[in-house]
Design a protein around this ligand. Sequence first.
Ligand code: NDP
Length: 478
Amino acid sequence: MNGRNFIDGRWRDGSSLDTTFNPSDLDEQVGDYARASRADAEEAIAAARRALPGWARFNMQARSDLLRRAGDIILSRAAEIGRLLAREEGKILSDATAEAGRAGQLFHYYAGEVLRHPGQWYDSMRDGLNIIVSYEPVGVVAAITPWNFPIAIPAWKCAAALAYGNTIVLKPSEYAPGCAVMLCQILEEAGLPAGCVNLVMGDGRELGPVLIEGADAVSFTGATPTGRRILEMAAPSMTKVQLELGGKNPFIVLDDADLDIAVEAAAQGTWGQTGQRCTGSERIIVTRGIHDAFVERLARRATSYRVGHALDPDTQIGPVATLAQFEKNLGFIEKAKAGGAELAAGGTRVEARSRGLYLAPTLFVGTDNGMEINREEVFGPVAGVIKVEDLDEAIAVAADCELALSSGIATTNLANAERYRRASTAGMVMINAPTAGLDYHVPFGGRAPSGYGGREQGSAAAEFFTEMKTAYINHGVM
Ligand code: NDP
């Protein structure tokens, strides 16, 4: 992949090149990407601003058709996108291809949202007046995205922003920008007018301030400290901000749980996609009666996974995406061991045929909620089990955490499930299902400091991507 920046409908070289490597095989170079300068970012914002009036007025049927066409092209190229994603980010090929498919479905969904998007009409308290509440585009949107879902996240931000009449400057993670390049190629092919979507690649710390100051709104997904920094940077210009941030998601297993369901949901939530999901389970809270049987089964499940090259069809867990993340994961493991946590599975590097960033699915037991392993987001295939007495204690431990994105419970008791659904402080609650794994037609997100500024996905996305206008109309008819 030779990726260039896309500004005002033209593909442009940058000041230098950034290279990406395959985390399944660090000896393999995947892409060279043009690095955008601050001046490029300024030009991208200006291009998006010039394109805005035309796109905001673009015929709604034509806009819907265009988004549907983009979805069609994504779906027809899902295997190609999935392969690039697997090579650049390390997601196993089946998951990577499915993620590309999800991106296509998101464009189809938002093609429908263009036509479904409502306004409101009210009678007035004053005779002879009516009131219309309409929803207008918020304007130029900067979309800043991480490496862990490099096609789905750019897709759900761009599809929603475009559906509601906004123009975009997309800044993907420098670790995996290839899918964002392909997305912009596809939007161009689908017929999107010049300037409606722009792509700038490079260092977020350098480009971020230009985008945040110049855009009307910033939709960001990434780490919580970065989100806080963006919020601070947005304050002087009062740029509208939406943040989807980290999680430290609890999964509770009660004595009355179905053991098969509990083990599989915990395993998928913890180790699926190498644990690199903000909704992944990182704290497994288990009541005393089921604890030993559950832990024994879960540890066995951890060691059953085949860890290896993302393109190998037998692989179930791919590599860690970046060297920095890999070293961070190992650091958490060492500190947990030193702090007295007992290793029940994994904890070590896995040797494979290629020079990849392979980490064994890791499970700690005998941990408590005060340990670093249960307080800091690891963002890797690592979780700690916390033993508790009952549901009351489980609820208290689950809530004793700053982050509040997703949560889950395994129980066969309806009343226990409902108690937890109500008590959970997280933005999402999963009953007998992994904490990770989402539908795209419903709201997605957490409470601060896991999320801020309105939910993404579904029709809830309109809250962030539009501004309300209230019009009072004196028509003179009583
Ligand atoms: P980062 O926050 O480091 O990076 C995310 C994006 O922000 C990248 O494009 C990055 O650019 C950019 N960026 C970095 N610094 C700044 C800055 N000062 N101003 C503007 N942009 C900046 O996160 P990662 O990419 O490392 O992703 C992992 C994190 O994201 C995890 O903590 C995870 O929990 C969270 N996450 C949350 C999700 C959610 O929906 N809640 C979903 C996915 C991930 P650059 O390329 O230079 O790094």
